[in-house]
Design a protein around this ligand. Structure first.
Ligand code: M6R
Length: 616
């Protein structure tokens, strides 16, 4: 996690601005906070373990000199325990460079060894200090901060959003981003960087969103962006309005489309800061508060939720069984109240909710607790009732989801449940360190593969599939095993925003009744990606075709057998089977969106629905 705010202005003192922004980012981490300014040719740093309020008390006691440049950080510890010495900002040992960073530098040990061999002395256990030393080292070679940052990042493996400044240059910040969010705020005579837009709305509504691999040079006159090869990038700023909803629409016609396209970032935000790649394990924030002994003590896990979150719950159970060899069960949260009272002492109930305010889910949580059980809440909104009342918490960090049809929140939930299953598997000794490393590497490799889901090759099949679905009175969504919940989710997405009746089924069930519906006017959407169910899915598609049904398939572009059978193939990249739900859900979300758009529906506010259902 971690939050970053930085500012450079033509004059005056920007520390107050930067701290105001930092306060809005405290949800990202709160074990320590710090701020640095440039003054008298040097760098002045204040940093304290604890919340921002502790830093503010320190600043009241030891005021910083006024400065037109400041960088601030609120931390969630990854490398090195929460402590003053590990708090950001970090400087190099010459005091020439200062850095704030969000993410993980995976090869920091190796880099630290190389720097130590050249005489560098380190004062913290953080990966970020290594980055500060490396940038400082390279800055000494040619004196250009932007070049030094880019050269340093060429040697770095990992995820980062970072901002750096150099002593004696109070007119210059350099920012960079890979897999962790960073936006640039543009204002008259000042330029800002922050982890999200709300952190800067008190100063500007004009933003440049830094893309993966880009760097930026910020001066009081504005920002210049550079791509990974160092070429300047021209991009018009995004104008934000005042309401939070509008502030996050960013030029997209609908929130739903924007939120669908944010999903590659959601993967990084939900997962990457939590991965302990070396140990092949996962570490959640302190609110999780379940150690190996506690996790290994549960005899079963129960997953409960409503709507889209319930489909994530179904996947939670399947992933738990795959990765932790522990029985899971799922129950629609609205049904739990009427279930027989079973012993709860050896069970953990996972309640999943984007909003954390869904009445049925909260009621189920309280009923579990009243029966003596413990609840782990998986929630997207900090401060929501689920987060406050659950015994244990995992936040999904998807960012605010405004579209009523849930998309990125589902993606974040499934990602978090994959991490949970892995964590439980490690705690139970079912997954060893090597297997854990492989599973984490699979997740990291997924990030670039998600880009293919939005590439030009997807446009024509998507349009053809939406044309096929739009006139239909109804349709079936079929999937098996890990992709059965995705079939259910695809059907829910289509029905709630296009108003076309859609049902999701385990594909094996089709012959037991739903096959009676198949006709040229009643299409089937079939998920047929590689894995243990692939052959059976192709057989199901053959059965549909034998009855003159039309088939939209989700599958690999080079799957020749599938291409021969299906009317349209929505192409997806090949990924490990366990991660296929995260990939396969995206074309189904886009299909629902494109179909609803053709039908002229109110996509972000479908009829009769509300974002948060607060009555039972
Ligand atoms: O906030 P929650 O995740 O608890 O919401 C649960 C459902 O109300 C929600 O997923 C709903 O089904 C969405 N409209 C689905 O797109």
């Amino acid at each position: 996690m971690c939050g970053i705010v930085a500012a450079v202005s033509a004059g005056g003192d920007v520390a107050g601005d930067v701290l105001a922004g930092l306060r809005t980012l405290e949800y990202r981490g709160y074990d320590s906070a710090g701020i640095a300014v440039l003054a008298d040719g040097g760098i002045e740093v204040r940093r304290k373990m604890g919340k921002i309020a502790v830093l503010e008390r320190e600043l009241a006691a030891r005021a910083l000199p006024p400065s037109p440049l400041a960088l601030a950080h609120t931390r969630w510890a990854t490398h090195g325990a929460p402590a003053d010495r590990n708090a950001h900002p970090h400087t190099d040992d010459a005091g020439a460079v200062v850095v704030v960073h969000n993410g993980i530098i995976e090869n920091y040990r190796e880099l630290r060894g190389l720097l130590q061999a050249q005489g560098h002395a380190f004062r913290s256990e953080t990966d970020t200090e290594v980055l500060a030393h490396l940038i400082g080292h390279l800055l000494r070679e040619d004196g250009d901060l932007h070049r030094a940052v880019r050269r340093a990042l060429d040697r770095v493996h990992g995820a980062y959003a970072l901002v750096a400044a150099a002593a004696g240059r109070p007119d210059l910040l350099v920012a960079a981003r890979r897999d962790s969010p960073l936006v640039i705020g543009l204002a008259e005579g000042a330029c800002y960087a922050a982890s999200d837009m709300p952190a800067l709305l008190h100063r500007t509504r004009d933003f440049l969103v830094l893309e993966n691999g880009e760097t930026a040079v910020l001066t009081p006159n504005g920002a210049v962006l550079y791509d990974g090869a160092g070429r300047p990038v021209e991009r018009p700023p995004v104008r934000c309005d005042w309401t939070p909803e509008q502030a996050e629409k960013g030029g997209y016609p609908h929130f739903m489309l924007k939120e669908i396209e944010e999903q590659p970032d959601v993967l990084a935000r939900t997962a990457f800061d939590r991965l302990r790649d070396d140990e092949g394990d996962v570490e959640f924030e302190p609110g999780f508060d379940l150690d190996d002994q506690a996790l290994a003590g549960f005899r079963r896990l129960r997953f409960m939720a409503m709507g889209t979150s319930f489909h994530a719950a179904l996947l939670g159970k399947l992933m738990l069984e795959e990765l932790a060899a522990l029985p899971g069960d799922t129950l629609n949260a609205s049904e739990f109240l009427y279930s027989p009272r079973l012993p709860e002492e050896d069970a953990l109930t996972v309640v999943i909710s984007q909003s954390g305010e869904t009445a049925d889910s909260l009621r189920a949580m309280r009923e579990v607790q009243a029966r003596g059980g413990r609840v782990l809440g998986v929630c997207n909104v900090r401060g929501a009732t689920l987060e406050r009342e659950a015994d244990h918490v995992i936040l999904t960090h998807c960012g605010p989801e405004v579209g009523v049809a849930s998309t990125k929140a589902f993606f974040g939930q499934v990602t978090a449940l994959y991490l949970l299953a892995l964590r439980v598997g490690r705690a139970r000794g079912v997954i060893d360190r090597d297997r854990g490393r492989e599973l984490l590497a699979d997740l990291r490799r997924l990030r670039p593969r998600l880009d293919a889901l939005f590439g030009p090759a997807t446009a024509a099949p998507l349009a053809a599939a939406a044309e096929l679905l739009a006139p239909a009175a109804g349709c079936l969504f079929l999937g098996r095993c890990l992709n059965h919940p995705i079939a259910l989710e695809g059907a829910l997405k289509l029905k709630e925003i296009s108003y076309i009746h859609a049902e999701g089924y385990p594909a094996g069930e089709m012959k037991h009744g739903p096959i009676a519906l198949i006709s040229p006017e009643f299409p089937v959407v079939a998920i047929a990606t590689p894995g243990r169910t692939h052959d059976k899915m192709l057989s199901n598609i053959e059965e549909v075709k034998a009855r003159a049904g039309r088939v939209i398939a989700v599958g690999l572009a080079d799957d020749r057998r599938l291409a021969e059978l299906a009317d349209v193939v929505l192409p997806v990249p090949e990924v490990p089977e366990l991660l296929s739900p995260l990939v396969n859900v995206i074309p189904l979300q886009r299909l629902a969106y494109e179909t609803a758009r053709r039908l002229g529906r109110e996509i972000d506010q479908p009829r009769n629905l509300a974002k948060s259902v607060t009555v039972e």
